[in-house]
Design a protein around this ligand. Structure first.
Ligand code: AGP
Length: 608
């Protein structure tokens, strides 16, 4: 996924574009660039590297102008090298374009355009758009864009400027996020509201399949057929401080430490007068919820792990058969789904392409979709029948932390709600669960106090080549999540596995060099997990065990232990993941890697 931005107005255009790109950098950071129109000149500055390098380049070769566009890239087609870096230009270098998305029919379009004499400078799919616009430039930029989008297949959001029409920025979106804002003196467009948070306090969610013409004090939105589209503004719901690191060295560490506050807010919002309040956008009636006989959760990465926890607790409290699918599998398996199946999507960003596709697969089959999302007004929010906002606040670090624990707590409340509706959870039991959940923020605080002990363990193992993470039951997901955290920011080969499955293969990996993180809080599978730890020891593996404070037996079998507070079994995946987040964070920083911008990754994968 990429970040795009555009600005027209009286502020210093390069500074506004750069400021916005810094806030959008989490969307992709292989390369970046800006294009500015100054008088009748189109000036481009772009680098196949980090945003800091673009900033340096602009300091060395300053630009100024009346309007401009900018881009920060997560490469899909074409290496991160200068010619593939956006903005992309037409043959005559009069039009500049920045794109987020994938043009699936770009090869046939490229052949057509090259046959007409267009010269392509990049290997990207996106470049076909600027040449399509160039084809129709004589009809005016807006009409040229309208004609161009009709030829595109895939998903895209783009902004384009032209020297001879330098009073406007024209943008278009189809199945990729884009917002805009304007006042009487200026206007801006960005991939999401974090790109404009420092200059506007209201944004317009650009409707899907729309074309926007932005100017000083001007914003007209039409659909692809040219008909005017009504739009509403909404308040910018994030503050600059929310998307700044503050005193933390990395967003990831800030977000790990925000979890007590985030979890406290969620529990406070979800328990109102001793009853569960799932938010006014649940939009699926109690009658409909009672009729559900099966739930299919589909998600990706960390959100998929949260879904695995959700399965256990929904089946435990609501006795509803619940399956969990990886979205990229669900969308193509033509699942057998009937009318009383509820499809759920879980997504922090609400823009993950595979999860959106899974959601649409369900809608095609006329099934209700209930989604857990963090980013409101995201595509998944807008396309779901009902949503539960997970209330984690903006999560900037590519490695998801607070969104994961927020997703689990919200799934816990949903499971209890369904259990109450279906008569499997009594008021007394509900009180017990409320009590367990209300303790969580303080318990997380206690675990965070072990940070230096966890860092000491990280120092021992930061040069390990491989890690194995083992867990059972609810904490099988914890093992998967711990492994994902480690691999995505430290680039160490880390495998999460169901501990009971270890003897069916992975046990062959264990030797005296293999650190094995064993998640074994007190639980219904504690004894079984302890046996697995013994099996690790018997093969000279090195167990690093997450245990309930005071558990001497697991401690006796482990080389290193990280104690977490005594807690309800269903709460343990929330507590047990905190040490694993910190372990991954410290190993990555000890290896001096870019924790917030891990190589090859982006915060939200808006392409297949
Ligand atoms: C998590 O640390 C990863 N960055 C990644 O697996 C992420 O969870 C996945 O891409 C899903 O993102 P979403 O929750 O925004 O849909």
């Amino acid at each position: 996924m990429c970040g795009i931005v555009g600005y027209i107005g009286s502020r210093d255009v390069p500074s506004v574009l750069l400021g916005s790109l810094w806030r959008l950098e989490y969307r992709g950071y292989d390369s970046s660039g800006i294009a500015v129109i100054s008088n009748s000149e189109l000036i481009v500055r772009k680098v196949p590297g980090k945003l800091s390098e673009l900033e340096e380049l602009i300091k060395r070769k300053p630009v100024s102008g009346e309007l401009g566009i900018g881009h920060t890239r997560w490469a899909t087609h074409g290496l991160p090298q200068e010619n593939n870096t956006h903005p992309l230009l037409d043959c005559n270098e009069e039009i500049a374009l920045v794109v987020n998305g994938i043009i699936e029919n770009y090869l046939s379009l490229k052949d057509e355009l090259e046959a007409k004499g267009h010269i392509f400078r990049s290997l990207t799919d996106s470049e076909v758009i600027v040449h399509l616009i160039e084809e129709h430039a004589g009809k005016g930029l807006t009409e040229a864009v309208r004609l161009a989008v009709k030829k595109l297949t895939g998903n895209f959001a783009f902004a384009v400027i032209k020297i001879s029409e330098r009073n406007k920025i024209v943008c278009a979106r189809h199945d990729a996020p884009l917002i805009c804002c304007y006042s009487e003196k200026e206007a801006a467009v960005a991939s999401d509201m974090s790109g404009v948070v420092s200059i506007f306090d209201e944004v317009i969610d650009i409707p899907n399949d729309s074309i926007v013409v932005l100017g000083r004090g001007k914003c007209s939105i039409t659909n692809f057929q040219g008909r005017e589209v009504k739009f509403t503004r909404r308040k910018v719901t994030i503050a600059v401080k929310d998307i700044d690191k503050g005193h933390y060295p990395h967003f990831m560490l800030k977000e790990i430490y925000e979890q007590p506050k985030v979890l406290h807010n969620i529990v406070s919002e979800r328990i109102i007068d001793s009853r569960i309040q799932l938010g006014e956008e649940l939009s699926i009636s109690e009658e409909e919820l009672k009729k559900i006989s099966r739930i299919v959760i589909q998600a990706c990465g960390t959100s998929w792990h949260a879904g695995l926890v959700g399965k256990y607790i929904i089946e435990k409290f609501a006795r509803i058969h619940t399956e969990v699918d990886i979205s990229s599998e669900f969308r193509y398996r033509d699942a057998v789904l009937d009318s009383d199946t509820l499809i759920m999507a879980i997504s922090q960003s609400g823009e993950t392409a595979d999860t959106i596709a899974g959601l649409r697969e369900a809608k095609v089959k006329f099934l209700k979709v209930l989604s857990l999302v963090n980013v409101l007004q995201s595509s998944i929010h807008r396309e779901s029948d009902g949503i539960i906002g997970i209330m984690a606040g903006p999560e900037i670090g590519v490695a998801s932390t607070k969104a994961y624990t927020a997703e689990i707590v919200n799934l816990y409340f949903l499971a209890l709600h369904l259990g109450i509706l279906r008569g499997f959870v009594s008021r007394a039991q509900l009180k017990e669960h409320f009590s367990a959940l209300m303790k969580v923020p303080e318990q997380v605080e206690q675990i965070l106090k072990l940070d230096s002990d966890i860092k000491a363990i990280a120092e021992i193992f930061c040069n390990s080549r491989d890690f194995l993470f083992l867990g059972r039951g609810l904490n099988y997901a914890t093992a998967l999540e711990g492994a994902l955290k480690l691999k995505e920011i430290s680039y160490i080969n880390a495998t999460g596995y169901a501990a009971g499955e270890m003897k069916h293969g992975p046990i062959a990996l264990i030797d005296h060099k293999m650190p094995v993180v064993c998640v074994n809080p007190r639980s219904s599978v504690y004894e079984k997990m302890l046996s697995n730890i013994q099996e690790v020891v018997a093969r000279k593996g090195i167990p690093i065990s997450v245990v309930t404070k005071g558990d001497r037996r697991t401690k006796g079998a482990s080389k290193h232990v990280i104690p977490i507070p005594e807690c309800h079994e269903c709460v343990s995946p929330i507590l047990a993941v905190i040490p694993l987040q910190l372990l991954a964070y410290h190993i990555a920083t000890l290896k001096e890697l870019d924790v917030d911008r891990p190589r090859n990754l982006a915060k939200s994968v808006t392409v297949e």
